[in-house]
Design a protein around this ligand. Structure first.
Ligand SMILES: Cc1cc2nc3c(=O)[nH]c(=O)nc-3n(C[C@H](O)[C@H](O)[C@H](O)COP(=O)(O)OP(=O)(O)OC[C@H]3O[C@@H](n4cnc5c(N)ncnc54)[C@H](O)[C@@H]3O)c2cc1C
Length: 427
């Protein structure tokens, strides 16, 4: 199959947002091509998936494959100062678990599924620029450096943090409230926590599903611990200023990362007999930003390309799937009724911004600011299970008091299904 010169819809980026958008359009019989600058499977971070993802897996027709190929998680356990708390998804009425996924494999599964459902998938092609307006043209560069043009009726930017539209049109703004550095790596033989805060050996995962383990680091930083099929993903999210000061005292990034992991209560204990594999420490900074342009004549933007907030509540992939699905709905409407395109874009933007505001309110570190009306309205659209889960997760840290307030304040707190643990239990 060769790269088309013309297509009805071009999706740029083959992460969860792009695969969701492209597959949903192909399922409606629309002519759609997807390009990605990389070849999948490709490494990316973000391995903890919430159970609300299942509705999108069902739509895509991948639920069976996801259930078969990845580790099921039962919920989360959080150590935040002196408070240790746990939530279990089943307590909120979820009949299916969350998942811990190797993102290279998971994203590849969604992309191959897109191809099987009729999307023309082209890897190794990077979108360089576009001409906005009705019937846009996207300039694409192949791996030999050759440029070609693809004409389309609409394109969807799902380029993740690369944010094609945000960078070309300007208005990709770093978020001053979230100046963090993320460091992460992969470990063999880490212990993990299962239901009830019980520490277990890695080999017990099939019998005792893991919890995602999060702990507070200093003021506003935090760590993650996500056991997968063969390795455990461990990450630290550290305020930029702390990182600069502390890193200067270490000979290398690996030395800093490992010493910080080992010095973190509980995390260090889980890693006591573990060793880092798959290369060294990964690093990313300034990953929280917003974009002014998330739609315009000829295009929509979805997933991280539209903006991203600190990942403490593991909502990135679900949000990307939601946004991809919403972008497919809006694109289909625009193609069917171009005269109403501006209206459709307004609905798309309002929905997406409300969700983004809610994500912002959830993760807001250190700033006492009430959740916006858009965030409150977005919260109201959630199912009861999603509402209660979000609310309970919010109450496990001091990061999101504004969401606790938006959800009904102390009065409604009776609905919270969090379990406080006296201590974590090590055999
Ligand atoms: C430190 C950290 C930890 C995280 N942890 C979690 C977590 O535990 N759970 C969770 O749900 N989320 C997590 N996230 C967020 C999650 O990883 C993202 O929200 C999710 O991957 C977004 O999906 P996407 O499809 O928008 O973008 P991506 O998955 O980034 O995909 C974008 C794709 O676009 C391609 N691309 C980029 N530029 C171009 C171009 N110019 N032309 C063609 N192709 C292009 C890339 O190759 C890539 O394949 C985390 C994020 C960070 C930073």
């Amino acid at each position: 199959m060769s790269l088309p010169q013309k297509v009805d819809v071009l999706v740029i980026g083959g992460g969860p947002a792009g695969s969701m958008a492209a597959t949903a359009l192909a399922q409606k019989g629309i002519d759609v091509a997807l390009i990605d600058k990389q070849h999948h499977p490709r490494e990316t971070v973000g391995e903890s998936i919430l159970p609300s993802a299942w509705k999108y897996f069902d739509l895509l027709g991948v639920s069976e494959a996801v259930a078969k190929n990845f580790v099921r998680k039962a919920g989360g356990v959080v150590v935040w100062g002196d408070q240790i708390s746990e939530i279990a998804f089943k307590d909120f009425g979820y009949t299916r678990p969350g998942m811990h996924v190797e993102r290279d494999e998971f994203d590849d599964l969604l992309l191959r599924n897109a191809a099987a459902k009729g999307v023309g998938v082209f890897e190794g092609y990077r979108a360089e620029a576009f001409t906005p307006g009705d019937n846009p043209v996207v300039t694409v560069v192949d791996e030999a450096g050759q440029r070609r043009e693809i004409a389309c009726r609409q394109f969807i930017d799902t380029t993740g943090q690369a944010a094609l539209v945000g960078r070309q049109l300007g208005g990709r703004r770093l978020n001053a409230d979230f100046r963090f550095v993320a460091l992460w790596g992969y470990f063999e033989n880490s212990r993990y926590f299962s239901a009830g805060g019980v520490a277990r050996d890695f080999g017990e995962i099939p019998q005792h599903p893991p919890l995602t383990f999060v702990t507070r680091l200093g003021g506003w930083g935090w760590s993650w611990h996500i056991p997968m099929k063969k390795v455990t993903s461990v990450g630290l999210v550290i305020p930029v200023e702390d990182y600069k000061r502390e890193f200067a005292e270490h000979p290398s990034l690996d030395a800093y990362f490992l010493s910080r992991c080992r010095a973190t209560p509980h995390l260090g204990r889980l890693l006591a007999n573990a060793h880092m594999v798959n290369g060294g420490t990964r690093m990313m900074r300034d990953f929280s930003y917003g974009c002014d342009h998330i739609s315009g004549p000829g295009f929509l933007v979805a997933g991280d390309a539209a903006g991203f907030i600190d990942p403490i509540f593991s909502i990135g992939v679900v949000f990307a799937l939601y946004a991809g699905n919403l972008a497919a709905w809006a694109t289909q409407r625009i193609l069917a009724n171009p005269a109403q395109a501006a209206n459709t874009r307004l609905v798309f933007e309002t929905q997406l911004k409300g969700r983004a505001e809610l994500a912002y309110a959830l993760a807001l570190p250190g700033v006492e600011r009430d959740a916006t009306t858009a965030a409150r309205q977005s919260f109201d659209y959630f199912s009861q299970a999603e509402k209660e889960l979000t609310w309970s997760a919010a109450s496990m840290t001091t990061r999101s008091q504004n969401v606790v307030r938006a959800a009904g304040g102390a009065e409604g707190a009776a609905g919270i299904r969090r379990r406080d643990l006296a201590t974590l239990r090590y055999a």
